[in-house]
Design a protein around this ligand. Sequence first.
Ligand code: GLC
Ligand code: GLC
Length: 832
Amino acid sequence: MKTHEDANTMTQTPPNKYGFFDDAKREYVITRPDTPLPWLNYLGQDEFFGLCTNTAGGYTFWKDAKLRRLTRYRYNNVPYDLGGRYFYVNDGGEVWNPGWKPVKTKNVAYECRHGLGYTRIVGERDGLEVETLFFVPPGENLEVWKVTVRNKSAQRKTPKLFSYQEFCFFDALNDMTNLQRTYSIGEVEVEGSAIYHKTEFRERRNHYTLFACTRPIAGFDTSRDAFVGIHEGLHEPKVPFAGACTNSIAFGWNPIGAHQVDLDLAPGAEESFAFVLAYVEQGDEPKYDAPFVMNKKVGRAIVEKYSAPGAVDAALAALKKYWDDLLGNFQTECPNEHANRMLNTWNQYQCMATFNMSRSASMYETGIGRGMGFRDSNQDLLGFLHMIPSRGKQRILDIAATQLSDGTCFHQYQPLTKKGNAEIGGDFYDDHLWLVLSTCAYIKETGDVTILQEPCGYADKEYASADAQENLLHHLETSIAYTMKKRGPHGLPLIGHADWNDCLNLNCFSTEPNESFQLAGDVKDSKAESVMIAGLFLYAANEMDGLYSFMGKAADANRMRAHHAEMLAVIERETWDGEWYTRAYDAEGRVVGSKSNEEGKIFIESQGWCVLGGAGANNGRAKQAMESVHKHLFTKNGVVLQQPAYSTYNKDLGEVTSYPPGVKENAGIFSHNNTWINLGWCLLGDGERALEYYLSICPSAKQDQIETYRGEPYVYAQMIAGKDAPCFGEAKNNWLTGTAAWTFVTVSQGLLGVKPDFAGLRIDPCIPKAWPGFTATRRFRGNTYQIDVKNPSGVCKGVKSLRLDGKDIDPQAPIPFVADGKTHQVEAVLGA
Ligand code: GLC
Ligand code: GLC
């Protein structure tokens, strides 16, 4: 790919005090363990996942962090991150961990490399180097922990290595809370180097956890009390300090898995071996060989597979290939190093995590709370569909099946059961519209309209077969119809418990600390309306118009245009406040987000969505709304959600007023919605603002303020503290945020303008004037497009000429798509 050496904007970020990007290896290298907060990585890409911090902390689960938790983790621990994949080294009586924690022995050299789907942590002390590598091979339901021990000293060394992790009894909430039961049910078996955790296997479970070493062991422990002690902590466990396992068999209390490996290394010698931590389903195999002796056939096969020479390295190579292939779907070389690095690697990687985890399991989400969110998962798809559209398709159908036949949706569902969570219920009146966005994004990516005919059913109806009453298209129509119908006194959509802003609760009126902000009040017969949903509706109606036009259904497209026109008229008539769009009307019909309010005069979401939906396009309001955002909400760390921040609790507005000024929805910088403003700038053609706004929330660009920022430099944060907070610029809730998908959309489709459209790929960049151009490679419906954009006259937007394989084509239209699986050259020249 061509680079733009001539672009003098190309710079190198200096490393921060804690680490640096190794862009060539696609790794973030952490050079000291005492990071400002634990810096997390995820292992796993399909159904089996682990959280792994830079000191090897974290836990493992299969599919569902709540119902299939394999290893334990205590949230909000002291320190924050304690418990995980630990190795204790006893080298001549000195005990240390390669990942520094938990013993925190002095003078241990340390390096952690978070890569794509793996974490490598190396520790060295006194000439002994221990390298640990954690990953989940593609398609497998297990973690591999590879260990390499090297004697770099001039003396023979006989170190002992102890593995350690604590088993969880699958149902994570019960495991944490129901001790009167859990202390009595723990069961294990040990066979050779393999520890089988089989709690509840005797009753209704047909699965267990296996923790095995691929090398002969000198001993093991399965009782936490025996290995750690009763009054000891993980920083001073009995066995590693004593230097010998006790071969304990847990009966009740707290089962763990610990192996002892004794090594004998000549100077310069090294030895490599591995551990596997697997979720094993017994399938049709008989459960028992003999009373109380489980049939271990399936587990044994796994241990054998990974004990074979070369098996671990082959699995690692498969993982690398997997990510190279996936990321190869989109790569760019543009004049901004942050945009390059984030877009080419980390942003897409984060999109995989949000697709898989939704908002369930991170350092901020305990995995026992929310499952998959209806609106969240629909938005996550926007950054994922270009990688694995087939998985995206299945997800869309799963989500759609949690919609109810009246158009409302279960707000969340459990990934294991795929059933809506009844405790939270529905009535968040933006939810259903996001399904329109994700479905249209899928069709734009794939061209596959047959998804619309897929049966998915409604959660409140029993359907026997595929018919038009339950297919996906029916769901989209139901969604559009719902918003058209359920409108309030001003003609705007009703809000229900909340719209995208979960904390704008106009029907809650809670005065009791024990109540839920969202669910306390009754939404039935409420009049509270949302301008943000109105704007989102405009966008959704446009999408449906485009879809029907593509399908040659002119009457349906016209119907959507009529809906758009009707809602647009309402927005322009009822919500223009002079310099920006208002946010809502409360249950009493009072305006929210207006200059007439004392606090919360201007909100970000309605500016973003009204502009993206096409409001203000012909009357100057779009530009003015965006300029108002710039004037009142933009800061060097991003756009705050509203201003002025609420200083007192107001039950009529709900949770948004409960947060201290400057955090979360109360005037925090909610990165997610910053992207809508960025896209707005792209729509208006201001490439300088688009890049400036993007960099304001971009973690890679925050390294010179890492002590303030504190979060991982390689993933977007949900929230950065706003200007009203004492910790302005501090990131929280990193990883699991809609920011991941939306930033991918913003930078790849908005700034770089490489946009999937129904008829084909569209090229419509909006870049800073100083950019001489950029290149990108985009795989699309089986073809590969090598895109070269040139900007000879220094404009932001406007494709003057477009060539496909050397032939001029219409610069304003999508590139005509012909499926030939070939590589095509696209040259775009910007200019007036
Ligand atoms: C969180 C929620 C998301 C919501 C947003 C704003 O990110 O997961 O559903 O839209 O907060 O409140
Ligand atoms: C979303 C918001 C958070 C709020 C929560 C309420 O996650 O981001 O601020 O407290 O919803 O459920």
